[in-house]
Design a binder for this molecule. Structure first.
Ligand SMILES: C[S@@+](CC[C@H](N)C(=O)[O-])C[C@H]1O[C@@H](n2cnc3c(N)ncnc32)[C@H](O)[C@@H]1O
Length: 252
């Protein structure tokens, strides 16, 4: 019904990134989200593959978008030293509580990914789960985020970035139409903060989401568009299953 009444909703103007982050933080801090993500336990299949493969040597892990601590707790139990960050204060509170209940010494901080600095130390591995990259508004801020994460990697460290692309998105008539309007709109003078092709607001980030609170999401239609941002941040690597990229600093 919303799509019918607002066929081209939100095509051109974008709230400032800090407001978009505040909305994401508020959405994920809602009690039902915290409780849903607290119920998720253990490593996913791909994370299991990581700990048996590229992360086999135990070391320091930065868990970006740690939520209620699911993977941070599982990794700490396997012998990694874990620091978790999340933009949602509600999630960080829950993660701290959930780790303490298991007697685990994990440090959690309320921080957005682009705010990461070396004050957290250096890491053998930086991981982001569950499409985190898509929740960062603007190409500029996504590249800034990658650069911030790159700077906390040890020289031989690896960044595992969850950044899927969805070729099907190109075929969506409504989405393509909105993106065409955006491309045209960006050529005209006007507000500096314009949405970029692929930007969306999403109501559901879990089955229990409150649809009245929306979060920003950017949809990539093409793998090349992600690669271009990685390249701009001097990172190189390949996507593995689930479009989780294994990235290293480009020393070239
Ligand atoms: C879908 S949840 C996944 C939580 C946890 N990693 C898990 O798999 O159970 C995504 C988390 O990323 C956080 N998040 C989204 N954008 C972020 C950003 N730019 N910086 C840090 N955290 C972010 C959200 O607050 C949320 O807790």
């Amino acid at each position: 019904l919303e799509k019918l009444t607002h066929p081209l909703v939100w095509p051109s103007e974008l709230d400032p990134p800090e407001q978009l982050f505040a909305a994401t933080a508020a959405k994920y801090s809602q009690p039902q989200e915290v409780s849903y993500w607290t119920q998720q336990q253990g490593l996913t299949e791909i994370e299991q593959w990581l700990v048996n493969g590229p992360m086999a040597t135990r070391g320091r892990v930065l868990d970006v978008g740690c939520g209620a601590g699911r993977e941070a707790i599982a990794l700490a139990q396997l012998g990694y030293t874990v620091v978790g960050i999340d933009v949602s204060w509600g999630m960080v509170e829950a993660a701290t509580r959930n780790a303490a209940a298991r007697g685990l010494a994990i440090e959690f901080f309320t921080l957005a990914a682009h705010e990461v600095t070396r004050s957290l130390g250096e890491f053998d591995y930086v991981i982001t789960t569950d499409s985190l990259y898509l929740y960062i508004p603007t190409r500029a801020l996504r590249i800034q985020t990658l650069q911030a994460l790159r700077r906390v990697l040890k020289p031989q460290g690896a960044l595992f970035l969850s950044a899927p692309w969805m070729p099907i998105y190109r075929a969506g008539l409504r989405a393509s139409l909105v993106d065409t309007i955006r491309r045209l709109r960006r050529r005209l003078p006007g507000p500096a903060l314009l949405t970029e092709p692929g930007d969306q607001l999403v109501a559901f980030v879990s089955p229990v989401s409150d649809p009245s609170v929306k979060a920003f999401r950017h949809v990539f239609a093409r793998r090349e568009d992600i690669e271009e941002e990685l390249h701009a941040a001097q990172l190189v690597g390949e996507p593995i299953a689930d479009r989780l990229w294994t990235l290293r600093v480009d020393h070239a």
